[in-house]
Design a protein around this ligand. Sequence first.
Ligand code: G3H
Length: 543
Amino acid sequence: MSAELNSNSCATPAELFPREQDIPANWRPGPLREQREYLVNGFFRIWTGALTEVFSPIPVRREDRLEPRLLGRVPDLDRAAALEALAAARAAYDRGRGDWPTLGIVRRAAVMREFGRRLAACRTEVVLLLMWETAKSRAEAEAEFDRTLRNLDEALEAAQNLVSSGEVAAREGISARCGRAPRGVALCLGPCNHPLNETFATLIPALLMGNTVVLKPPRHGVLLFRPLLALWRDLLPPGVVNVIYGEGDEVLLPLMRSGDVDALAFIGSPHVGQALVKAHPRPLRLKAIMGLGAKNAAVVLPGADLQQAVRECLLGALAFNGQRCTALKILFVHCDEVSRFIDLFLRGLRAVRWGMPWQQGVWLTPLIELHRPAYLRELLADALRNGAQILNPEGGAGGGPWFPPTAVYPVTCAMRLWREEQFGPLVPIVSFENWSEVEDYLDQCDYAQQISLFARDAAQVEPLVDPLVNQVGRVNLNCKCQRGPDHLPFGGRKDSAVETLSAREVLTSLSLPVVVAARDSAESRRLMDSLSASARCGFFPEE
Ligand code: G3H
């Protein structure tokens, strides 16, 4: 691979992809990690079959050559091993009679709190692996880790609130205790752009609600799960968390086809999500919770504060290379503003820093997936063929593993970039005259997650809010699209999401409302009170 690169923060490719000796000692990836362990039924199993090599998006530079950097190897499990993990999860659930599902939410919360304490101690190792496996900047890797701990606390708090709302006053002669019961076995699958945070976004609620789990880490961001295996093994009853590795077709489809997965929590592409759901033989018994693709638009209306719009659009489109489902993936700018907007955008773009994850202030780093630069070049070539131009001098330059930030204009509905989710630092800009053009885009788009609206005049925004909230999951006013803060519901429509992914909502999606009821009488009240006081009855949390 050759490294012909342009960079505004690095004078030469040599500076962009450093030689080994130029990597600061505390940010080196460390020795090759060869992992044969996986977690089933409370034990580390040792896989003696084939291993999958895990490469970093950051290649090794030897003189002027770039070579793939091998970080480690993980088990490439087969179907039988995956099914064994599922059987362990089923046995731990034991048709609802297992230790974990009957423990009650209060005691499960105590275990998860301890899990959080032990997880916090893994920060340095996990952050380093996040940086090397996903090329995420140090700041973003640390933020992902810390956010995961915060989400755990939020889930614990939300679970506590669920518990305290259980008692229902007698009505029509019936007194009742309402609560939530687990769904059964959950399959938790996170994405490679937020491998820790978004795997835990469903794993923690699944466990808190008493489900047992099979987890498969994503292809990138897989080694960072190794230090966590021991935490689950040591803290949870056997079989409550089982961690498998391998190719999706080999290990995930058989799990789904078995019909023994009760809840599928998946964050990734709609194509994979759909294939998994379709594989389930009894789809009515499957609860799917999914965060999928998106093609969020920013719309800059006449008279908007362009400085602010540009700042937010740069951040929204390019932070972490645009590899966020919530990234701004197309910018609609009113024709009266477009030339000034582009001018400011290009000025801002020149200040955006590229580099390696450990360098201060970098937004743009190598892309996670090796195939992504070639895909972005395809989209770019298609746009250029159909009349668009690259606006910034370094845009589209180079080959190999690096794709520079590239602004393209004017983008039209004739181009693939109009509808395909680029998931990279390729920024399409559209000039529009009438709002109906934006409406057409929203209507034709396969996705409907969020939108960012830039305007100063309330009279412009007022008529738009109602139609927009009926089309997407979140309308951002004068700011970029994003998931957080995490107490807000995060979902979408069309092919963007199934259910809502915030802590409180996932707790309810991964559980069912259930009721213990009795004819209201002094005797049944005594019985209910004694159940509440009993340590053997987890459903009735001790008051
Ligand atoms: O990649 C999709 C994520 O859910 C985006 O989350 O807005 O916090 O980066 P974020």
